[in-house]
Write a protein that binds this ligand. Structure first.
Ligand code: 3HB
Length: 332
């Protein structure tokens, strides 16, 4: 059996992306900045720009590295790189009047690519969508149109039961930018949170087609390296939004949901040892709907996470109008 090594994320200054530690290779870069740009492989690795900040100073790059040489390439509108064990891929759907069709086409391309490169196991997916809560020309909220397009493809491929951890968050422009990690195999367990209804069982009132993602994804490589990818997590119990209008209450409940999700009881129920805590999370992204709430959310998060964790705060729309905060992170 070959030894494997998990890809490693870090947040960097936008100008310091290429400065990787000796022996490491860039697998992919997502630039969180003042505009969006199509994926490219100009520097020998895939990169994409996502319009998520109001100023360049607030921008940062999420840089994924591998300890193996990578091979980069392009397929249609997507750019990717892979290291023999993991694939990083990014794509963009330009602004359009029909996000159902466009999402369906993009997800179809994604699955064709992962199939042809042999990285069939989706590990973690991020989507940043402009006008997330606005109605499209089809009369559907953009997020719901996206869910419908995605669901069509997952149904066609028989993948409705095994989607990994994900994020869907509003961006400030540029259509839909997505990036994802996939693997060739290894051990992967998608983790539910019994405090929350699995998204694919949400009642119809949340959309014609349900969202589809796991609350977290646990990955173990052949060399024993483990990671837990925690999905964008909000103030939801069952399928209901809790603490409507109360940003601090929402932030605390989102943190409680994550603590339960990765805690001893829930992980061991999924066959995973040991339990983890909020203190173990790194590369955390906190999304806040109202800019004026960011400081209050920062205060709560500073005491919740380790000082060693990189934590970024982004002003962004969230998939439901009444959600004010969403939090994601990775246990390395
Ligand atoms: C999703 O629809 O995949 C999704 C949405 C969220 C958070 C995580 C995943 O708001």
């Amino acid at each position: 059996m070959t030894s494997t090594h998990a890809p490693r994320p870090s947040f960097r200054n936008l100008k310091e992306v290429a400065q990787v530690a000796p022996g490491r290779h860039i697998l992919g870069v997502a630039n969180f900045t003042t505009g969006s740009a199509d994926p490219s492989v100009d520097e020998g690795y895939p990169s994409v720009a996502i319009h998520m900040t109001g100023s360049v100073e607030d921008g940062f790059a999420e840089v994924w590295t591998s300890d193996r040489p990578v091979r980069a390439g392009q397929a249609g509108s997507m750019s990717y790189a892979h290291d023999g064990e993991f694939l990083f891929c990014t794509g963009r759907i330009p602004e359009t009047a029909d996000y159902v069709e466009a999402t369906e086409a993009a997800y179809t391309e994604v699955l064709a690519l992962t199939g042809s490169l042999g990285y069939r196991q989706l590990v973690r997916i991020w989507h940043y969508i402009s006008r997330l809560n606005e109605e499209t020309a089809e009369g559907l909220e953009t997020y719901r149109a996206f869910c419908l397009g995605r669901a069509r493809v997952l149904e066609r491929y028989g993948m409705t039961d095994d989607m990994p951890a994900a994020t869907v968050i509003g961006s400030h422009g540029g259509g839909i930018v997505f990036y994802f990690l996939a693997s060739r195999g290894g051990t992967q367990i998608n983790v539910d949170n019994p405090r929350q209804v699995p998204p694919y069982h949400y009642p119809r009132r949340y959309g014609v087609k349900s969202p589809n993602f796991a609350r977290a994804t646990y990955v173990r490589s052949d060399d024993g390296a483990t990671q837990i990818y925690v999905s964008g997590t909000a103030s939801i119990l069952g399928h209901r939004t809790m603490n409507a209008g109360d940003v601090e209450g929402q932030c605390r409940l989102a943190l409680d949901n994550i603590a339960y999700l990765i805690g001893e009881g829930n992980l061991s129920a999924h066959g995973i040892q040991p339990g983890r805590t909020l203190d173990d999370l790194r590369t955390v992204k906190v999304y806040v709907r109202r800019r004026s709430d960011i400081e209050r959310v920062q205060r709560i998060c500073r005491t919740a996470f380790s000082r060693s964790a990189d934590v970024v705060f982004l002003h962004a729309d969230i998939c439901r109008h009444d959600l004010l905060v969403e939090i994601e992170g990775i246990v390395p």
